[in-house]
Design a protein around this ligand. Structure first.
Ligand SMILES: Cc1cc2nc3c(=O)[nH]c(=O)nc-3n(C[C@H](O)[C@H](O)[C@H](O)COP(=O)(O)O)c2cc1C
Length: 231
């Protein structure tokens, strides 16, 4: 398939035919997904392929019983792990030092000073202080202002969303269907996966093979001129 054909093939599938997706297809789609661009290359994502039948049953319930979940043979839950920023700074630093990545002192400073400044918080208090500081500096010169705990949550979800889309496009390229879902009870999904408090569910993605009636109607998109602007 061409890239355009993959995009056209990928439709949110609400009724699957029951054909299970082989493990290697899912794993290879995750292997594609982790090539997605992500903020500071911190890779604050985790991919949970739910295979346990009891967990699947609980997940369908946590997805409010919607048909995209109820009829799906496979599930991928994609999670943000902003709590892992220290580990990921460390592994980036190790990669730089090993020479795996062409980076200079700037890279070392980035992961050992700048990112710790941005990511460190103390019950949200330091975040507020940083926000005020950045706003003050920002009066004089352009400066990055997304430094509060909430900003960091958004940053993590942006990156993980790109991973999720790459996963779905990869699945489409292999002839498999998906449905991204945000209609779920996050507390229950977190419990099923046994996630720590700071992990957040970005998307639950059901996977399988569509039934023809599993695609609800023609695709509708706004015309390009409504969303594309040259400035
Ligand atoms: C973040 C996100 C959450 C979504 N949540 C649900 C959902 O809970 N249930 C569902 O059936 N579809 C869900 N969708 C699918 C959208 O409804 C769908 O992408 C949109 O209608 C466009 O259709 P298409 O994906 O076939 O192009 C979600 C999509 C995204 C990106």
């Amino acid at each position: 398939m061409t890239f355009r054909e993959i995009l056209e093939f990928r439709r949110s599938t609400r009724i699957y035919d029951g054909t299970p997706v082989p493990n290697e297809i899912i794993q290879s789609a995750v292997d594609d997904a982790i090539l997605a661009p992500n903020s500071s290359n911190l890779q604050l994502w985790e991919f949970y392929h739910v295979i346990d039948s009891e967990k699947k049953k609980a997940l369908i319930e946590a997805c409010l019983g919607q048909s995209a979940a109820r009829t799906a043979p496979n599930f991928m839950v994609i999670v943000t792990r902003r709590d892992k920023w220290r580990d990921r700074c460390k592994s980036n630093l190790e990669a730089i030092k090993k020479g795996d990545r062409a980076m200079s002192q700037t890279g070392i400073d980035y992961y050992s000073k700048l990112l710790p400044f941005i990511y460190t918080d103390f019950f949200g208090i330091f975040g507020v202080f940083k926000k005020i500081l950045m706003t003050l500096i920002g009066w004089k010169k352009p400066i990055y202002k997304e430094v509060s705990a909430n900003d960091i949550r958004v940053t993590a979800h942006k990156s993980v969303g790109l991973g999720a889309q790459t996963f779905m496009l990869s699945m489409a390229s292999k002839g498999y269907d998906t449905c991204p879902m945000e209609g779920f009870d996050s507390k229950r999904v977190r419990k099923i996966l046994n996630l720590p408090k700071k992990a957040e569910i970005n998307m639950v993605i059901s996977c399988g093979k569509r039934k023809p009636e599993g695609i609800f109607g023609e695709r509708y998109r706004l015309p390009l001129e409504d969303v594309y602007f040259e400035v």
